[in-house]
Write a protein of this length. Structure first.
Length: 434
């Protein structure tokens, strides 16, 4: 199991060059892509099949979908008494209902021993049969480098404080237990509609209920974080500002950015790399160094999401986000919530790697050009230094004296000995005519 509140990271790939580090274009790439659920192309429909297929597709994340939540209550079999829910192979036991005096208490602790007069609350979610499978999934994910997480049922109501609210809170608690058992890093949830009351009252109720959940979370010493996902419609609680306010108030809660939802709710505001950068900058102080996000295409109108689409069908493009990821190299998981699931997860990975490759090639080209320019500059400087040295040598040399012939030197010596002045010419003077 991964350490509490931490993710087990293995790099997607490492790019290196003889020149060493390339800044944002090289080194360990801490980015993961994966689908929201078992791949559509997976022949088997179990989570084990899904993890294996994701690994074979070259992806490295999967968000387990807690879609169906069917709860049954039964009495323990005779052979189950004295065992813990972790030991039971026939069912996934989420709670033990036990009478203490005249009051019934519900024990949500997989290590609690079962008594013969207990009632067992079992969960038939279609995900796994028991805790043994959950532990096996975690081990399989670690071996295949597939990061696991879980999403609660999509319809949630944490605002009305009705019986439905209590069931939704149970779903979040149970998702926390299952995610903890399989070594996942985060449980993602929506919070539901504002309801008939005003927004302040809904926000207060939601904040109080999440506070209660996280108090229970801490009491059970669960490792995963609880992620609050941004919503895509104005009537659904979950604007980024609302989520960050809850994160300020409740420990262990982090924002989950659904780019399609934010894009729709803000009227199509995610267009350029700097738009994505500004959005992630707003949440970076809340996520403990790791962004957990969703991406898909989206159709929207008037600040509301109409429907989620494949990436190529909506006006939310992945290329600007890929540019930002290559520039900044953040620690991020991008889950495809597109109807095409693994197809669009692979599409995003291909786009990202294409942008990264171009950036690395450009960086190498620039380095090569800079190296050639530097070499040329050094060569020119050496030539200038050599020319300057030669010029200085010419200045320092004594003036050249023309070498005189030995005959002239001997004649000068005779003149000096006779005391007669040297004539201007060695030829005899011409005789005067009479």
């Amino acid at each position: 199991m991964a350490p509490c509140g931490r993710y087990l990271y293995i790099p997607l790939f490492i790019m290196s060059t003889p020149q060493g580090d390339l800044g944002s274009c090289g080194g360990v790439i801490m980015i993961r892509f994966g689908p929201a659920g078992i791949p559509l192309s997976c022949k088997g429909r179990t989570l084990k099949d899904g993890i294996e297929d994701i690994h074979n597709l070259g992806l490295n994340a999967m968000e387990v979908q807690m879609v169906r939540v069917n709860v049954f209550e039964r009495f323990p079999d005779e052979e189950e008494v004295g065992l813990t829910p972790l030991d039971i192979e026939s069912d996934l036991i989420m709670e033990i209902a036990r009478m203490k005096g005249k009051k019934e208490v519900r024990i949500t602790q997989p290590t609690e021993k079962i008594r013969d007069d207990d009632s067992l609350i079992t969960l038939a979610s279609g995900l796994v049969q028991n805790y043994i499978e959950l532990n096996e999934l975690g081990e399989m994910g670690r071996q295949m480098d597939v990061e696991l997480s879980m999403h609660t049922p999509y319809y949630m109501d944490l605002a009305s404080n009705s019986d439905l609210t209590e069931r939704c809170m149970d779903n979040i608690r149970w998702a926390g237990i299952m995610t903890d058992q399989m070594g996942g890093g985060i449980v993602v949830t929506h919070m539901g509609l504002y309801g008939d009351g005003d927004r302040k009252r809904a926000k207060k109720a939601i904040t109080n209920n999440i506070t209660d959940i996280m108090g229970w979370w801490e009491e059970k010493k669960l490792c995963p974080l609880l992620g609050l996902e941004t919503s895509g419609r104005q009537e659904v609680f979950g604007s980024l500002e609302e989520i960050l306010e809850i994160c300020d108030d409740v420990k262990g809660v982090v924002p989950v950015i659904n780019f399609a939802h934010v894009h729709a709710r803000e009227g199509g505001g995610l267009r350029e790399p700097q738009d994505f950068g500004a959005l992630l900058d707003r949440v970076k102080d809340y996520v403990d160094g790791h962004f957990y996000t969703h991406f898909s295409g989206v159709e929207h109108e008037g600040g509301n999401e109409k429907r989620i689409t494949p990436i190529k069908k909506g006006d939310l493009r992945f290329e600007p986000l890929a540019d930002f990821l290559v520039d900044e190299d953040p620690n991020i998981t991008v889950i495809s919530s597109s109807p095409l699931l693994e197809h669009d997860a692979m599409y995003m990975k291909v786009i990202y790697e294409r942008v990264l490759t171009k950036r690395v090639a450009k960086e190498l080209k620039n380095r090569k050009a800079n190296k050639a320019e530097k070499k040329s500059a050094i060569h020119d400087e050496e030539e200038e230094d050599l020319a300057e040295d030669l010029e200085l040598d010419e200045i320092d040399k004594p003036p050249k004296i023309k070498e005189r012939s030995r005959k002239e030197s001997t004649s000068d010596a005779k003149d000096a000995a006779s005391g007669q002045p040297k004539t201007s010419s060695s030829k005899p003077a011409a005789k005067k005519k009479k």
